[in-house]
Design a binder for this molecule. Structure first.
Ligand code: 5GP
Ligand code: MN
Length: 331
């Protein structure tokens, strides 16, 4: 943190980026850092690899975020003039698609702030801790260290959103007493937990809820003697339910909520590939599982991956892989 503080002692052109399909922690930590660095007097831009859901589009300066998939030429020009790149909530440049290639080539100083396992070595500075509940927690540590007087309600809202979403509303094992102390400070700075909760969790569209209903009533399967559950959604399932970005978020947790189920998977057929979301309770590491069979990673209890196969082939591969680990699905 001392070195990063020193790096920021000169006014700089800074680019902040985060992982593909940005979630609450990705956007919350990026905008928290953005608003803080702007207050310090830096020239800052947030670039996301692709779009994110509406329930995350309310934090301060959201309208300034640039979507790389729609503005790649502008971002390439911007990168040529950038002094410092902050990489938040991911640790491998492959996680940000083509934007990763541009960042790899850039001469800017690269700062990694992240809490995922096994960081790839592409950075000049790193603030990384796998025990952190969210990247937003690490951003809070860092900006408090640099100048805690600058943390206002808007920045607090961003950090709160990152921590709220990445801890599953303060339920996951990563929710330490420190997390609660940070949140206490954020509430003192004006965060309204009822309002943030309403925006994040109770702003479902009718279609999103119908898709959830369809997934649970028609597509939920239990395997491995009741220890695992999965849901497969084909492209057609999504289109039939007027799918919009973010609509499948949270579905996997319903599968994990079944008594006795310690591993849940959501399998989604996208245009390019088949995407897997894995969740577990207890000791079974879905990070390891995702890494072993699905070109993926993440955290011990929440990970993802993908296969470039037909949906039926990808499903077969999943069923075969999980059956090998049946005995490990304990809690
Ligand atoms: P989700 O299932 O919500 O997409 O992702 C769960 C966790 O796994 C997140 O922390 C996310 O960053 C990580 N993750 C998701 N997909 C991938 C992937 O394809 N590769 C890697 N390395 N991590 C992933
Ligand atoms: Mn995160």
């Amino acid at each position: 943190m001392k070195e990063i503080k020193e790096l920021l002692s000169l006014k700089s052109k800074i680019l902040i980026t985060t992982h593909v399909n940005p979630d609450g922690d990705a956007i919350g930590s990026s905008l928290a850092l953005y608003n803080f660095l702007i207050k310090m007097g830096h020239d800052v831009t947030v670039v996301v690899p692709n779009d994110y859901p509406d329930f995350l589009r309310w934090m301060k300066s959201d309208e300034k975020v640039i979507n790389f998939s729609e503005n790649s030429d502008d971002v390439e020009k911007l990168l040529n003039k950038t002094d410092i790149i902050f990489c938040l909530d991911f640790n491998n440049l492959k996680r940000i698609n083509e934007l990763g290639d541009l960042i790899q080539l850039s001469n800017a100083k690269k700062v990694l702030i992240d809490h995922h396992l096994n960081p790839d070595n592409f950075y000049d500075y790193k603030y990384h801790n796998v025990d952190a509940s969210a990247t937003a927690e690490l951003v809070y540590d860092l900006i408090s260290f640099i100048d805690d007087g600058l943390i206002d309600k808007d920045i607090s809202d961003c950090i709160y959103t990152g921590i709220l979403t990445d801890t599953g509303s303060f339920r996951f094992a990563s929710t330490s007493s420190k997390v609660h102390r940070i949140v206490a400070d954020l509430l003192d700075k004006g965060v309204r937990s009822d309002r943030v909760g309403k925006i994040i969790y109770e702003s479902n569209s009718f279609d999103k809820l119908k898709l959830l209903g369809y997934s649970l009533s028609k597509k939920l399967e239990i395997i491995c003697d009741g220890r695992a559950a999965y849901i497969v959604l084909s492209r057609k399932d999504l289109l039939d339910n007027n799918y919009r970005k973010g609509d499948t978020e949270g579905i996997v947790n319903y599968a994990l909520s079944i008594a006795g189920v310690n591993m849940a998977t959501l399998i989604i057929e996208t245009k390019e590939r088949v995407k897997f979301s894995f969740r577990s309770s207890g000791d079974f590491s879905v990070n390891h599982f995702a890494n072993l069979y699905f070109n993926g990673g993440g955290h011990k209890n929440a990970a993802g991956g993908s296969l470039e196969d037909k949906l039926s082939v990808a499903l077969e591969k999943f069923l075969e892989s999980i059956s090998k680990h049946k005995k490990e699905l304990n809690y």
